[in-house]
Design a protein around this ligand. Sequence first.
Ligand code: ANZ
Ligand code: ZN
Length: 809
Amino acid sequence: MKYDFARIEPKWQKKWLEEKTYHCENHSNKPKFYGLVEFPYPSGQGLHVGHARPYTAMDVVARKKRMDGYNVLFPMGYDAFGLPTENYAIKNHIHPAKVTHDNIANFTKQLQMLGYSFDWDRVINTTDPEYYKWTQWIFLQLYKHGLAYKTTMPVNWCTSCKCVLANEEVVEGVCERCGAPVIRKEKSQWMLKITEYAQRLIDDLDGVDFIERVKIQQKNWIGRSTGAEVTFQATTGDEIVVFTTRPDTLFGATYMVISPEHPYVKQWADKLENLDEVSAYVAAAARKSDFERTELAADKEKTGVQLRGVRAVNPVNGREIPIFLSDYVLASYGTGAIMAVPAHDTRDWAFAKKFGCEIIEVVSGGEDVQKQAFTAKDDTGILVNSGFLDGLTVREAIPVITRWLEEKGIGHEQVNYKLRDWVFSRQRYWGEPIPMVWCETCGWQPLPESELPLLLPEVDSYEPTDTGESPLSKMTDWVSTTCPHCGAPAKRETDTMPQWAGSSWYFLRYMDPHNQEALASREALDYWSPVDWYNGGMEHTTLHLLYSRFWHKFLYDLGVVPTKEPYQKRTSHGMILGEGGEKMSKSRGNVVNPNDVIAEFGADTMRLYIMFIGDFEKAAAWSANAVKGCKRFLDRVWNLSEQLTEQAGYSKANESGLHKTIKKVADDIEAMKFNTAIAALMALVNDFYANGCSRGDYAALLLMLSPFAPHMTEELWEDLGFAEARGGMACQQAWPAYDASKTIAAEVNMAVQVGGKLRATITVPLDSEQDAVVAEAQKDPKVRKFTDGMEIVKVILVKNKLVNLIVRP
Ligand code: ANZ
Ligand code: ZN
């Protein structure tokens, strides 16, 4: 019979769904394994191959873990609030709830067509009130613990989405979603104090098994830097505090720079001789994003304007120095003001050259500082022109000057983080309502928990307003409420939560998705925590991964969850590119639709190919030819079933090859080396064709292949009577056993000659290469007696038999 995937695949998918084959309970005698993949945003485009790679990988792992005897939680859900759906809804005049519902139906169908072993009883949807009730509940706890606050601040404003964006959502100065320019705008926003957890988010990385590049990116994003805060006196009588990582260079501070947004600019308005010029510069800076002001401007000429009429005093030498305004100093970092040391900071140097500021060398050991800044931070630089610091290295000088500043009461050591608090407001409709009420008398009041969920009301139009308020602000009936504290008329918050809210705790809900009393029961949390293995995209390293670790730590502090960290292990996959190695995109016309591949070759071929495509962590280009190759392999496996020999168990000829393959495939799956696991299975099938294959051999092959190609292997397992004989489907069997002694490479004895004369016999692994044989030979004293002090000019190797070393003095 022919391999008829179109008949086989729906048959097994139906059976798995009906019998709830992959359902798991929250208790078991088995050890637990929680494998997690990032749930999709149910966009109108449907599932793409970029989803299929990580999902198939974790499905293979989950299936293997079940065969290893684990109680496996492998869940799926939908992260469905957010802008793309809302924008689509606006354009097409369909309610976002309807768009979401239809897209989810389509995604579910596609996921089932790929044969994933999700527990379909645990599906969650972040837009479901039963779910977002708990997102709102977590927000209220954050508020009650002082970690949510509302403040007016300059925010990133997308000119097209008319919406505030987090720093993370601004990519190279434009909106990550729509590509429109992003400007700065003053807005009142809900903020979450992720900065309070900055140090713990760094420290606790030591206890988890995340791939190194994820740890590094998280640390860089948090951006810890140690230095000092130093207070300068201004001639107005005000104090200007700066943050510096180089207090040792204080004698070289020849001017100061404050950010255009610094409060002193307004405060000093009547003292400034060039107010018009200053105001114009402030207005121009407001139109730029931080990215334009720093990264993009790095190589460009510096801009700025001096605050004429005000000066500052350098506290170490009492010298008066000018104060400038420049957009290379950011309002949102440190204190928003710097002491400029042009001799030893490249940005200050460029600025000083343009504005004619003095450049004084205070660290010697580099080039002429009039020609270029010298930035050494270690023992290679020696302090000069610095009074009591002269002669010290940079490393020695930092604690000395810091102590001096402390004694004078004008400075202290300071740790700073690049990480900013999380802007948690969006002026949009399709998100979780923020459960807060504004009362003229009582200020912001949290909604009582008993009133959760605060439902998102039905509106007629979800276009954002031109003033940038949320569409909810137009719903006067909904907005008008009473103060939970004093009962007077009050107004609801009309901003909604950002898209990252629902995904910050979803992995907890999977543990107990239908709980009405809590986000999950304590028993469920104790049983499943932490997630054992979380695989997801590198693009989520600095956003989702940090946000969810932050929320988890907060819930840990509340005593809600049992572990400090949500995820024990984090891995990341590479992108799948189009044929030709370019990013898949509609405009390039190189997008591969999984539905088409499944229709032509079947889901098992799609799964096998996407695991065979290349190293899992690396980007890989799609190849239609290689897809066909995978289909041919499955055909070969199928056809082999008609040539089985009647021997029981593993046949003698293949025994060692089979045992090695069983071990290799198991180890490779654990190490995410799916491509080499498949290559080993291909080699084994060749071996079976050459040397014969017993029913027992074939059963082992089917079991090893079943995580990759679950439909076909299940069909053959049933057809050949294994299901009946062994009681159950292939996916319910134990991983085939192997005999470890048969997986070890055999050893051989080899003769060692020096200059053609036999000097010793050594034992080496079978098929050892020349270098390994020579190294082993030279360990033997009988050989060394003739090679010591000599040069080996030539090696003659007869593999597994003899090695001859030709030497000369
Ligand atoms: C004097 C100095 C001398 C500096 C020197 C550096 C080298 P990291 O390491 O990123 O923390 N700085 C401080 N606040 C700033 C702001 N709001 N916008 C732009 N730059 C700011 O960088 C700290 C250094 O960046 C600080 O140390 C300060 O310049 C500058 F030879 O102070 B430094
Ligand atoms: Zn009140």
